[in-house]
Structure formats: C-alpha cells, structure tokens
Design a protein around this ligand. Structure first.
Ligand code: FAD
Ligand code: NAG
Ligand code: NAG
Ligand code: NAG
Ligand code: NAG
Ligand code: NAG
Ligand code: NAG
Length: 494
C-alpha cells in the first residue's frame, strides 16, 4: 500500500494538470497531407512539443505532393515545383538540417517568345541586358525591381516574428503584421493596377511581367498584386533546387521527425468533447478498409476547395459548421518530352543556332506557357547541357494536355512524352475573405495561406505559423497570438 501512494499522487497530479489544460503536452497529433506543408508542420510540431508526442501523417498519394519527379530515359526530372528563391529561408534550413545539397547550376539563356518573334532575349553579358532593357522599356524595369524588393523586404519580417514565437490565426492578421494595410490591399488589387500606379508602363507589363506570371502561376497580370510580387521576386533572384529531387525534403523531414506515415485518404474529421476538451476523430480509408483514430490536434495540410475537391474531406459535429472553402485551382499540365526541338517554329531554321534553354511566352501562343531544356535531378560533374540540335528532355507547361498536333509543332520528332496533370495554384479571383488557419480550438488549416500566395516556401512559412499557433493555443500563451505592432515588440525583446 505504502509503495502505491507516490504513484497515486503522481497520477492525481497528472489528471489535475490535464483538467487545467495546463502543462501536459498533447498525446497525439494528426497531419493530413505529406507535401511540403504537412512534412514541415510535422517537423515544427515536434520541435515545439518535443519528441514524445506521436505524430501521424496521412497521405493518400505520394509523399511530396506537388514536389514530384518523373523518370525519362533512366534519369529523374522535376515534374512539379522546380525551383526556389535564394531567400527561401525555411527551405534553406531544411536542406542544411537534412544534409542535402543544392543542385549544381547549368547555365542556359532565357527568352520571352511573343508568338512570332522573341520580345526579350537574355544575352551572355549582364550589362548588355540591362542596357537593352533600358533601351526597350526605360525606367519600368527599375521601378518593377524596387516594387518587388519592397514587398520582399516586408515579407521577410515573418522569419523574425516566427523566431520570437509569434503566430497568427488568420491570413489577414499575418499579412497585416508584415505590410499593414498595403499588403492586405495588394491581395485585393491586380498586379497591373499596382504596377501602373508606381509608373511601370503597360508595354512592360504586357511583354515581360505577364510572361513571368504565366510561367509561374499560369495566370495574367489581372491576378492579385501580392501573389504576383512573390512570383516576380522568383524571377529576379537566383534560383536553386535540391540535388536528387526537391521531394527529398519532404521524405527527409518525415524521417527525421520519426512521424508515423499512414498511407490512407482521410474522409472526415469529427468533433467529440470530453470534459470541455476537444477531441478529434479522424476517419480514413485505404485498401484495407475504413478506420479511425482520436487526436488532440489536427492539421489539414492540403487544399480544401469546393469544386473538384481533390481532398474530399468533410467535417462533422462542429457548431457553427466548418464550411468548405469556395474557389478553384488552376489546372496545369507538365509534359516531359524527350526529343528534338522544332527550332523553325521559333524562327531559327538551323537548330544548331538556337540559343535558348528557357522560353517564356506572352499570351500569344496560348497553348503553352513555358518550354525548358531541363537537367536531371542528379547532375554529375561531367554533365553538360544538350546542344539544341541534339535530342534533349524538354519540360512544357501548358493549361491543358497537349494535342499531338501541338507536340508536332514544337518538336521535329520525339521518343517519349509523359504528362503530369496538377491542380497547381489557386485560381485567384476577387476574394473578399481569406480562409482562416484556425478552424476550431485545435483544428488547423495550413493551406489557407495559399490564397495569398502559393509557393513551396510560403507553405513552409504557413507550416511554422500553424505549429506555433497550435503550441501557443495549447499552453494558453495568448500574448503570442495575433499581436499588433510586432516590429516594435521584437526590437525590444532580447
Ligand atoms: C507544376 C507546378 C510547378 C510549380 N512550381 C513551383 C516552383 O517552381 N516554386 C515553388 O515554390 N512552387 C511551385 N509550385 C507550387 C508548389 O508546388 C506548392 O505551392 C506546394 O508544393 C504546395 O505544398 P502543400 O504541401 O501545401 O500541398 P501538396 O503538395 O498539394 O500536398 C498535399 C498532400 O495532401 C495529400 N492529400 C490530399 N487530400 C488528402 C486526404 N483526404 N487524405 C490524405 N492525404 C491527402 C495529397 O495527396 C498531397 O500529397 C508549383 C506547383 C506545380 C503543380
Ligand atoms: C489600394 O491599391 C489600389 C491600387 O494599387 C490603390 O488605388 C488604392 O489607393 C489602395 N488603397 C489603399 C487604402 O491603400
Ligand atoms: C541522387 O542524389 C541523391 C541526393 O544527393 C542521392 O541520395 C542519390 O543516391 C542520387 N542518385 C543517383 C542515381 O545518383
Ligand atoms: C468506407 O466508408 C465509405 C464512406 O466514407 C463507404 O462508402 C465505403 O463503402 C466504406 N468502405 C468499407 C470497406 O467499409
Ligand atoms: C473539374 O475539373 C475538370 C478538369 O480539370 C473540369 O472539366 C470540370 O468542369 C471540373 N468540375 C467542376 C465541378 O468544376
Ligand atoms: C470525391 O467524392 C466524390 C463523390 O463522393 C467522388 O465522385 C470523387 O471521385 C472523389 N474524388 C476523389 C479525388 O477521391
Ligand atoms: C516546325 O515549325 C514550322 C514553323 O512553324 C512548321 O512549319 C513545321 O510544320 C513544324 N514542324 C516540323 C516537324 O518541322
């Protein structure tokens, strides 16, 4: 009897603490989706809650999600997200943490094709480029650069806020803390409007800005300024990708976290309450059948959009009910073509003289957005880019699957074509309200941020935010949620 007393006391203390909702860590956490968002949030959650919390990650397709590769002629190539801006700080951290490396750069020249001729060509000599841009477009180029830099500089504040443990429960609060009314306004006005206002000419927007937006989002300069600025930043800075494939970051993070990856499609999340504390029942389906588990915290790390919902997830038992997000995604097709480019189509009858590796388009040849001579994810030291007259692997991005006739236009002949069809980015329209990160006490929606801007690094930022939000909420640290004037606060905190 005497020996049981301390155990009993310990149990009582534990129960009391649990009742207070206080210092006991959560037992189990579910993450739905193993793309970069889900993998990163699993890692951050473990970082904050400690190694003893069990993290289950549900994935109905393949780990990596929109980070994926396809094999062509015995080599692997990126078929989803291809590259990241140098200032993608979370992604840079992951690569370091996992002992991965940046893939070696193999230089190639870019140009913008306007349907009949190239409207802009990159030359070998940087200064000459600037001179040409100046000659064609005057000061527009510099104004664009200043506009993008200002947005990026403000966006980078998020890393400081996150390092200090601050989180936001909605997209609007997050944007406001970074760029005040200007950022929120930039989600409600178009790229074109914003650029015209700072003195960029319509011609520069039509020739250059539109081509970059088409290449990154498959959308036009009518898309919102905030998402546009983030993708234009990508066109300016130096870009990088991961040796061996970008998706290695996802599998690496999940392995590092020792997350329990469950290959199943989550079908519903149902709220149960026990003594005032929320408990979430996650139901899932796989070849074995249907099953369910209970969790203290649930993170949805996949888009929840209504039409063509690729996730097919429903919520039950919530009052008020959790509505599905309205809106749809931009279909994007990536075709990896192993073959010979038809350089005549681009005005170069002699294929040996074709100088470009990356071709962007204005909306004139509307059946494709970009055409790139790509390198495999593993680049050996002896690797060299294929000459334009040789058979090479080309990556064509288009809004719809390419017809045979279209392929025959772009390529003299080809050995193989493989296509990946994606729901790539939100189709940005005029959206009065954003979805929120916090759907319920401990139920979170990571991809809410995709409705402001959609990129791998933005999803990593959302993952860190959601992990901090869950942590601050769990331990009732309300001073770290939705705080105003953070620039001032982080300056005075040491
Ligand atoms: C062709 C293409 C090119 C791109 N290029 C770039 C680029 O160059 N740079 C860049 O930064 N970004 C780029 N992006 C965008 C980038 O890929 C995405 O923003 C990012 O990868 C999204 O990650 P995520 O984890 O939020 O979502 P996803 O990667 O979509 O992950 C969600 C995961 O959840 C799973 N899932 C869905 N529903 C369920 C369910 N009910 N149960 C279980 N699992 C479920 C899915 O199978 C998927 O694996 C590109 C995207 C595409 C498609
Ligand atoms: C919002 O942006 C638009 C277009 O750039 C501009 O005309 C408007 O004055 C801005 N409003 C505010 C409140 O900043
Ligand atoms: C490709 O690179 C990755 C990461 O460096 C490595 O793990 C893998 O073995 C490489 N694969 C090949 C075929 O060289
Ligand atoms: C699993 O549940 C779904 C509904 O969510 C149902 O349609 C399906 O028949 C169930 N499958 C099995 C094997 O019970
Ligand atoms: C779903 O997507 C397909 C092609 O991507 C489209 O044809 C169809 O209309 C979409 N369905 C809805 C309900 O929007
Ligand atoms: C989603 O559910 C609908 C109807 O229940 C079904 O027809 C569709 O195939 C499902 N989609 C996916 C991607 O599972
Ligand atoms: C190549 O492009 C030219 C010019 O557009 C076109 O006439 C020709 O049919 C295309 N295809 C081949 C195989 O040359």
């Amino acid at each position: 009897m005497a020996r049981a007393a301390p155990l009993l006391a310990a149990l009582t203390a534990l129960l009391a603490a649990a009742a207070a909702g206080g210092d006991v860590p959560p037992g189990k956490i579910a993450v739905v989706g193993a793309g970069i968002g889900g993998s990163a949030v699993a890692h951050f959650l473990q970082q904050h809650f400690g190694p003893r919390v069990q993290i289950d990650v549900y994935e109905k397709g393949t780990v990596g999600g929109r980070l994926a590769t396809i094999s062509v002629n015995k080599q692997h190539y990126e078929s989803g997200a291809a590259s990241f801006h140098s200032l993608s700080l979370h992604m840079q951290d992951f690569v370091k943490l996992l002992g991965l490396r940046h893939r070696r750069e193999v230089v190639g020249r870019s140009a913008i094709f306007g349907g009949e001729h190239f409207v802009l060509e990159e030359t070998d000599w940087y200064l000459l480029n600037l001179f040409r841009l100046w000659w064609h477009y005057g000061i527009s180029f510099l104004r664009l650069q200043m506009w993008v830099e200002e947005v990026m500089e403000k966006f980078m504040r998020i890393y400081k806020y996150q390092a200090h443990g601050y989180a936001f429960s909605g997209v609007e609060e997050l944007l406001y803390s970074l760029g005040e009314a200007t950022f929120v306004n930039m989600t409600q006005h178009s790229v074109a409007e914003s650029l015209l206002q700072v003195g960029v000419t319509q011609r520069f927007i039509d020739d250059v800005v539109s081509a970059v937006l088409r290449a990154s989002y498959g959308q036009s300069a009518a898309m919102p300024a905030f998402a546009g600025a983030m993708s234009l930043a990508g066109a300016q800075g130096s870009l990088w990708s991961v040796e061996g494939g970008n998706k290695l970051v996802c599998s690496g993070l999940l392995k590092l976290t020792k997350a329990n990856v469950i290959h199943a499609a989550v079908t519903s999340v149902t709220l149960h309450s026990t003594e005032g504390k929320a408990l979430y029942q996650v139901a899932y389906e796989n070849e074995v059948g249907n099953s369910s588990e209970f969790y203290d915290i649930v993170v949805i790390a996949t888009p929840l959009h209504l039409d063509n919902s690729s996730s097919n997830l429903t919520f039950a038992g919530f009052h008020p009910p959790i509505d599905h997000v309205q809106g749809s995604f931009q279909p994007t097709v990536i075709s990896l073509v192993h073959g010979y480019l038809n350089s005549s189509y681009f005005g170069f009858p002699d294929p040996k003289l074709f100088p470009f590796a990356n071709i962007l388009t204005t909306d004139f040849p509307s059946f494709f957005c970009t055409l790139d001579n790509i390198c495999p994810v593993n680049i050996s030291a002896s690797f060299r880019r294929k000459q334009p007259q040789e058979a090479a692997v080309w990556r064509v991005q288009s809004p719809k699957p390419l017809f045979r006739t279209q392929l025959k236009t772009l390529f003299r002949s080809y050995y193989s074509v493989q296509m990946a069809e994606w729901q790539a980015h939100p189709l940005y329209g005029s959206r009065p309200t954003f979805p929120r990160f916090a759907l319920h006490d401990q139920l979170f929606y990571l991809n809410a941020l995709e409705w402001a801007a959609s990129s791998v690094e933005v999803m990593a930022v959302a993952a860190k935010n959601v992990a901090l939000l869950a942590y601050n909420r769990w331990y009732q640290d309300l001073d770290k949620i939705d705080q105003k004037d953070l620039m001032h606060k982080v300056k005075t905190e040491l």
